[in-house]
Design a protein around this ligand. Sequence first.
Ligand SMILES: C[S@@+](CC[C@H](N)C(=O)[O-])C[C@H]1O[C@@H](n2cnc3c(N)ncnc32)[C@H](O)[C@@H]1O
Length: 276
Amino acid sequence: MAKRKPERAPAGSVAHYEDGRYYDQAYRRRRHDVRFYVDLALRSGGPVLELGAGTGRVALAIAKAGVDVVGVEPMKPMLERAESRLARLPRGTRERVELRHGDIERLRLRRRFPLVIAPFNVWMHLYSREQIERGFATVRHHLLQDGRFAFDVLLPDPTSMARDPSRRYRGGEVPHPRGGVKYRYSEYFSYDPMTQIETTMMDFEHPTRKSESFCTPLTQRQFFPAELEALLHYNGFAVESHAGDFVGEPITSATESQVVVARLRPTREAARRSST
Ligand SMILES: C[S@@+](CC[C@H](N)C(=O)[O-])C[C@H]1O[C@@H](n2cnc3c(N)ncnc32)[C@H](O)[C@@H]1O
């Protein structure tokens, strides 16, 4: 039987990131993770490399806390939004931030960092094993030997994975950032158990004009906790902590985000050097 290959899922990996203003409005209440990443950044002393920096939600908070940060983001609308937010900050903060256009799978800077982060489900946009391995290779390339790699991904939710893909789940009303019209929001979910990819169709219905209604797909690779630890292990990392939230609570069936801090597994050469 032919093996089903995970698709690169172009629409579902980009559509949600076509409008930086909308992104910032949609996630304006998400603050609980920022403190966690800022604390890690302060403890590392910086500079920090953020992979998938989006609109700068975390990178700018790190800079405001006094730590240098390089933010890498492939989506131009997100990067432009980050640049315009950065431009409004005081000069001292601005000078701590470097924003770059780039992709986790290919990034090669000639620098190493004590902390590499990928906050808020960035890793869920790496769909195939090959993509995930390229992502880990990028982290290894940029991490100092005693540095840390921190990221979070959702805990797979069996209820959501078992949902009928044809069923509409109604949400509330959401204002569009341009014009302030309130759209009726609803979602459809479909999950492919072979590729572990879940697609959420986010449906925005205009209150009066059907032609202005739109639907945004969001495609996310699900990572089961033991699988995630195995992937980290076989890609050269040791898990330092794997928690069920940003304050270190354990993973339970009620967990939303898995929060991982990993280190490089010492190579034989590094182990030999440290024992002599
Ligand atoms: C949910 S957002 C998180 C953004 C930011 N880290 C934050 O915490 O707000 C996921 C981000 O990952 C980015 N992304 C997706 N695939 C990527 C890739 N291959 N390389 C780098 N970033 C990627 C998206 O463009 C998007 O900005």
